[in-house]
Design a protein around this ligand. Structure first.
Ligand code: FAD
Length: 408
């Protein structure tokens, strides 16, 4: 039986960040950490199969410094210099209702492709002697203690640890095995994601166009490229992705508009069903959940991954404080403080995002009028815009060490 301080289940962005936050070279006292993934994160990055890109808040970018990945991601970050929100049929003459122009050097968020972020996390993990990855493995049997926790891999190998971290995404088997319930609902829509190239520079402008099905977002990537998040009802989203390349491009051009010149499709479009789910608790005996294993939110505010990284940073604060004073890192007092820290913040953020979705993804004529009047008012209200910029930067509320740019 191999022994570790912590075993992270799931090697997606949140699982890899957790491994670095507990066992990376930058940690003051690195723990021994195992990461178990049913696939191979290294192969996933090579295959470029994830076409998503993420808006990283200022606080998350600070965290990347604390994890040792700042140099790996810096050349690939595209700052969002401005955001425009419109309430219009896609492609038609769009009526801007709300706009944000951020001072040079002070944008609250920057875009990056998920595979680039993952590559930087994996490069840092490769330099860390205390992190071991078990690829192409799943857990066949969970034993969460109350003594040490033991997970038995499907190949029969047993891993023993003080703490198990569930980071396997929305279907999290460790969460299910611990009996933690998820509350929430599925949205009737899916998001199509892809990257496009365009003739003209975007100038760091992010566009969010709200149709009756949700958002059609054009999010700036480095160079003359943008990431698209295109929301449609499930069946239609699959139909669109089943079109021939020429048909797909023609439809995309109609949605996108002609303002950035000729378009080229740079990646195969992918469909992601959208949901809102919140866990009843972030913890159980010797188990902590992070990322989509604990919460799934609508992508319209670009906050899902940032919420997950905040889980990772908060868990790291709780666990590293216990480790440095020689306490059991999987003790219920340690996990309770993590649960208290993350539950309220996650709940309020998820409700805010769901409220925005209900307000915007709606074709009701009277709601449209209220929405337009509200957005026009907000557009003129400087204090409201400043509060939004702080939320978007992820710097509101109490921040864990990593999100203040400090080592774990
Ligand atoms: C269209 C779209 C756009 C988005 N845009 C943004 C954005 O701009 N900003 C933002 O902050 N967030 C965004 N998000 C949310 C963000 O992408 C997710 O919150 C994030 O990727 C979740 O990461 P994760 O590591 O928790 O889970 P996942 O990415 O699901 O990773 C789970 C990992 O666990 C592994 N795994 C699964 N089951 C098992 C098992 N049984 N055993 C072992 N391993 C297992 C998988 O192989 C995978 O590697 C967006 C989401 C969508 C759908």
């Amino acid at each position: 039986m191999e022994k570790f301080d912590a075993v992270v289940l799931g090697g997606g962005l949140n699982g890899l960040a957790t491994a670095l936050a507990l066992g990376g070279r930058k940690c003051r006292t690195p723990l021994n950490v195992a990461v178990v993934d049913r696939g191979d994160p290294v192969q996933l990055v090579r295959s470029q199969d994830d076409t998503r890109a993420s808006a990283l808040t200022y606080a998350t970018q600070e965290m990347m410094g604390g994890l040792g990945t700042r140099d790996g991601i810096a050349p690939h970050l595209q700052p969002m210099q401005s955001i425009v929100v419109s309430d219009a049929k896609a492609g038609a003459a769009r009526d801007t209702l709300l706009s944000f122009l951020f001072a040079e050097g002070k944008p609250p968020a920057a875009m990056i492709e998920n595979v680039v972020l993952m590559r930087a996390l994996l490069a840092e993990i490769a330099q860390s002697s205390t992190i071991k990855i078990f690829a192409h493995e799943t857990v066949g049997n969970f034993n969460f203690g109350p003594g040490k926790a033991v997970v038995e891999l499907a190949n029969g190998q047993k891993l023993k640890a003080d703490l198990i971290i569930g980071a396997e995404g929305r279907a999290s088997p460790s969460r299910v095995a611990a009996g933690i319930k998820m509350d929430g609902w599925d949205y009737p829509n899916s998001a199509i994601t892809l990257s496009v190239g365009h003739e003209m520079p975007h100038g760091g402008r992010a566009e969010e166009h709200f149709t009756e099905h949700g958002v059609f977002a054009i999010l700036p990537l480095t160079g003359n490229r943008s990431s698209i998040v295109w929301t449609e009802p499930h069946v239609k989203a699959h139909e669109i992705c089943g079109l021939t390349e020429l048909e797909f491009k023609a439809l995309l051009e109609r949605q996108f508009g002609a303002h950035l010149g000729a378009l080229s499709v740079l990646s195969k479009p992918q469909v992601h069903p959208l949901a809102m789910q919140l866990c009843g608790s972030f913890t159980a005996t010797r188990l902590a959940l992070v990322g989509d294993a604990a919460h799934v939110v609508h992508p319209l505010a670009g906050l899902g991954l940032n919420l997950g990284f905040k889980d990772v940073a908060a868990l790291s604060d709780c666990v590293m404080a216990a480790a440095s004073s020689g306490e059991d890192i999987g003790a219920s007092a340690v996990l309770d403080s993590y649960n208290r820290w993350r539950r309220f913040d996650t709940f309020t953020t998820a409700m805010m995002i769901d409220g925005l979705h209900r307000l915007f993804a709606n074709n009701d004529a009277s709601l449209r009028l209220v929405r337009r009047a509200g957005l026009r008012f907000a557009d003129k209200a400087g204090a409201m815009k400043a509060a939004f910029a702080k939320e978007a930067a992820g710097t509101a509320g109490s921040l864990p060490r990593l999100m203040r740019g400090l080592a774990a």
